[in-house]
Ligand binder design. Structure first.
Ligand code: PHE
Length: 347
C-alpha cells in the first residue's frame, strides 16, 4: 500500500489530482484511515507491532503530499513568472496633461511684448490700503469714483496705521493703478513698467467677475507726451493681435489720475457674423489711459515740472476673450477641465 500511495503522489501533476490522492488515503473513507481504525480492534500485542507501522505509513503519506504540494506550487509560480512577462514595448496609457490657463498665457504674451519695448514687470499687493488704491491717485474720500469701484473693504478693526498714526482702511485693490504709486515711491525715474495682476470688484454677470485681471503700464521720464502713449499702445495692440491692420480710436475721457484721459477703442470687422479685430467696421473699448496727473506725480514726491509720463490699464481677461474667441468671462474661473483642455495652451 505504501509504495502504491507514494507512486500515486508522485504521479499527481496538478494540485487537484494531489488532493484526490489525499482524500483516497487520508479522507474519512480513505485507505490509510481504514487501517488506522483497525488498530482499535487489535490485541495490545498486535497493536504494539502494527501501531508504529500504520502510523509510519500515515506520516510518510502526509509528508509526501506536503512535499509534492510545495513542488507543484513552485512549478506553477515559475510557469507564471515565465509567461506573464511585462511587455515594455507596449505604449503607456495616456495620463492627463495640464495646460497653461489662457489668462496666464496672455500675461506672458504681454510681458514679452512690453519687454521688447524696454518695460520691466512690477508688482504690488492685492490687499491694499485706501491711500495707494485711491487717495494718492487723486481720488479723495468724497470722490464719486470710490462708489463706482464697488470696493470690497476689510472691517475697520483691520485698518493699518500710517506714519502719523491715522487709520488706513484696507481693501482688495480695485485696479492695478496702485502699483503706479508703489513704483514711483520706491524707484527713481526714468520708469518703464507694466504690472499684471488680480483685481477685485463686487460685480458679477456674463462680462464681470468679482475677481479679474488687469495689466497696468507706466512710463515716467522727461518730455513724455501723448504721442509716446499712442505709439506704445498701437505697437502693443498690433503685436498682441498679430495683425498690422489694427486701428485705434482715441476718445477723450475722464480718470482722476490722468489728465488728459484717453479711452482707446480698437476697430473690428465682421466675418461670418463674428467680430474679428482689424479694420474699422465697428469699435470696441479695450483700455483706459492718459498722461499721469500732476497731483499723482506730486503725491509720490516727484516734481511734475521735471517728470511727466503716461499710464494705461486694461483687462487681461477681456484681451484673452478678444484674441481667442471665448464668449463668457465666468468660464475663465470655473476650473472646468474640458474648457481648459479646449482653450488652454500646451506648456
Ligand atoms: N485704473 C483704470 C481702471 O481700472 C484704468 C486706467 C489705468 C486708466 C491707467 C488710466 C490710466 O479702469
Amino acid at each position: 500500500l505504501k509504495s502504491s500511495l507514494l507512486a500515486a503522489i508522485d504521479a499527481a501533476d496538478t494540485p487537484d489530482a494531489l488532493e484526490a490522492v489525499r482524500i483516497d488515503a487520508l479522507g474519512k473513507q480513505g485507505s490509510v484511515s481504514a487501517l488506522l481504525k483497525t488498530l482499535g480492534q487489535m490485541s495490545p500485542e498486535e497493536r504494539q507491532v502494527q501501531g508504529p507501522v500504520i502510523n509510519g505509513l500515515r506520516e510518510a503519506v502526509t509528508s509526501g503530499i506536503a512535499a509534492k504540494k510545495a513542488a507543484l506550487e513552485s512549478a506553477i509560480l515559475n510557469q507564471r513568472l515565465a509567461t506573464e512577462r511585462l511587455d515594455m514595448t507596449l505604449p503607456a496609457p495616456e495620463s492627463p496633461r495640464g495646460t497653461v490657463h489662457p489668462v496666464s498665457q496672455v500675461m506672458d504674451e504681454l510681458a514679452e511684448i512690453f519687454a521688447d519695448m524696454g518695460f520691466a514687470v512690477a508688482e504690488g499687493p492685492e490687499i491694499e490700503d485706501d491711500w495707494h488704491n485711491f487717495s494718492a491717485l487723486n481720488i479723495p474720500d468724497t470722490h464719486p469714483a470710490r462708489a463706482m469701484h464697488d470696493t470690497f473693504y476689510f472691517p475697520d478693526q483691520m485698518a493699518q496705521k500710517d506714519e502719523n498714526g491715522d487709520g488706513k482702511k484696507m481693501l482688495l485693490r480695485t485696479h492695478t493703478s496702485p502699483v503706479q504709486i508703489r513704483t514711483m515711491t520706491s524707484q527713481e525715474p526714468p520708469i518703464r513698467i507694466i504690472a499684471p495682476g488680480r483685481v477685485y470688484r463686487s460685480d458679477s454677470d456674463a462680462t464681470h467677475t468679482p475677481m479679474f485681471h488687469q495689466i497696468e503700464g507706466l512710463v515716467i521720464d522727461k518730455g513724455i507726451h501723448l504721442g509716446h502713449l499712442k505709439w506704445t499702445l498701437e505697437t502693443f495692440l498690433k503685436a498682441f493681435f498679430e495683425r498690422d491692420d489694427v486701428v485705434l480710436r482715441l476718445r477723450p475721457s475722464y480718470f482722476p489720475f490722468t489728465e488728459p484721459s484717453v479711452e482707446v477703442d480698437v476697430g473690428y470687422s465682421v466675418v461670418k457674423g463674428k467680430r474679428v479685430i482689424g479694420g474699422s467696421e465697428g469699435w470696441m473699448e479695450v483700455l483706459g489711459s492718459g498722461m499721469v496727473h500732476r497731483k499723482v506725480i506730486e503725491a509720490c514726491g516727484l516734481d511734475p515740472d521735471v517728470w511727466q509720463g503716461f499710464a494705461f490699464g486694461t483687462g487681461v481677461d477681456r484681451l484673452a476673450m478678444l484674441k481667442y474667441g471665448m464668449d463668457d468671462l465666468r468660464a475663465f474661473f470655473d476650473g472646468d477641465n474640458r474648457w481648459l483642455q479646449h482653450y488652454g495652451f500646451n506648456a
